[in-house]
Ligand binder design. Structure first.
Ligand SMILES: [Zn+2]
Length: 419
């Protein structure tokens, strides 16, 4: 298993070929369910001795296991021993530092999330981040019945700017974090390799791998929640920019004297197009004693409640959503004009506003973008798991070489996340 963690670069051709062969075999096993060595040799076009050597190594380190015998071959030959990928051979952690809550996920060796545990948001509390994460991870691993020793890597996401070189969260306005050495702190506490990414960039990776943007070469994953931010994938590659600070469209100024923003400026796009803006408008309407069903909402007022009221003909709710969709459509038109993507995937709480709201967003884009035609604007299919799924996938990228090499789909995913 160790060799797979090392870089192929700078080594001899034999080593490189060996790495590729191991990756091909592992990928075939991972996809196959149960499979024999003979079948692997046939599918990989490698010789049976080569396949057997590689499989023995994988069995040795626990990545692959033997699971009994297959059908006896006709003519009474020896039945083949079957192999399968061992989901329990490694575990990966996904960590999300959200504005509302901190969440930790434990995933198996395939990257399938098994257990999620939550903690309160660490807004204004960056110094406690690694300790809080450790306690949540311990709890999640216990629930998943996975020992600490099996954890191979962790991926963390923050709603802010992350320096890709240093793993420092330079700025996360909505968490009130500045210059937090997150990778270092988490590695010290968790004792595994850690990658730190921006939430929208990680979510964009997840959407391209397992969500609405599968097979799409150029797309933008647009988070619309407390803030607004974009994960930009161009020609199959996540676009980081010089330091990893790309996609901060939420802080583009759109209104001279607009509301104050978490970044310290005024009139940023997210002050008018985020779900926070929708909720603030609803609260203002209620406080101003406007006639609206929103005043009678039981429990927490959220975007779904505004959408429901609008659906029942509530004029105030309809006006709030109309304004929100107009602003959001303008923001998206900037992305279309500059990047010419195939698809915009909307993620975050905005999805709760429902299809009528999305329809209005598309109409706004059609009014404002130069050539809006042919650009799909769709909701994320990953729900609130997008950031944790992306965190796990990026943690796997850190350690599992094979994930980066094999198969048409994985090649695309590999290039989408290459850093
Ligand atoms: Zn701002």
């Amino acid at each position: 298993m160790r060799e797979r963690h090392e870089s192929m670069l700078g080594k001899g051709d034999n080593q490189a070929i060996r790495e590729v062969n191991r990756s091909i075999i592992l990928d075939l096993v991972r996809r196959a369910g149960r499979v024999s060595r003979t079948e692997l040799a046939r599918r990989s076009k490698l010789t049976k001795p080569t396949v057997s050597t590689i499989i023995d190594e994988f069995i040795g380190d626990g990545t692959v296991r033997e699971v009994g015998l297959g059908e006896s071959l006709s003519g009474g030959g020896r039945p083949a021993r079957l192999l399968e990928f061992n989901d329990a051979s490694a575990a990966y952690l996904g960590i999300h530092f959200g504005v509302r809550a901190t969440r930790v996920a434990v995933a198996d060796a395939r990257g399938i999330i098994r257990v999620v545990r939550g903690r309160p948001s660490l807004r204004n509390a960056a110094a406690r981040a690694s300790k809080v994460v450790r306690s949540a991870v311990t709890e999640a691993l216990q629930a998943a019945k996975i020992p600490w020793a099996r954890v191979a890597a962790a991926g963390a996401t923050v709603p802010g700017l992350v320096d890709q070189e240093t793993g420092v969260c330079v700025l996360a306005p909505n968490l009130a974090w500045q210059d937090v050495p997150l990778r270092e702190a988490l590695q010290d506490e968790l004792r595994v390799p850690v990658v730190v990414n921006n939430i929208t960039q990680a979510s964009a990776v997840a959407e391209g791998r397992v969500g609405a943007a599968r097979g799409v070469r150029s797309y933008v994953w647009l988070y619309v929640g407390s803030g607004v931010g974009a994960g930009i994938v161009i020609d199959g590659r996540l676009f980081h920019g010089q330091s990893g600070f790309s996609g901060e469209i939420g802080h583009c100024p759109v209104s001279e004297d607009g509301p104050p923003c978490g970044c310290g400026r005024r009139g940023c796009l997210e002050t008018v197009a985020s779900t926070m803006a929708l909720l603030r408008a609803a609260e203002d309407a209620i406080a101003g004693k406007q006639a609206t069903r929103l005043a009678r909402v039981e429990g927490r007022l959220d975007v779904a409640a505004i959408a429901a009221a609008a659906g029942q003909g509530d004029a105030v709710a309809k006006r709030i959503l109309a304004q929100g969709s107009e602003h959001l459509g303008r923001g998206i038109s900037f992305l279309l004009n500059i990047l010419n993507p195939e698809m915009i995937v909307l993620g975050g709480p905005v999805i709760e506003a429902g299809e009528p709201f999305l329809h209005d967003v598309r109409a706004s884009v059609a009014r404002h973008a130069l050539l809006p035609r042919g650009v799909a604007i769709v909701p994320s299919t990953l729900g609130d798991r997008a950031e944790l799924t992306g965190s796990v996938l990026l943690a796997m990228e850190k350690t599992v070489r094979s994930y980066r090499i094999v198969g048409s789909h994985d090649v695309r995913a590999r290039s989408a996340t290459e850093m």
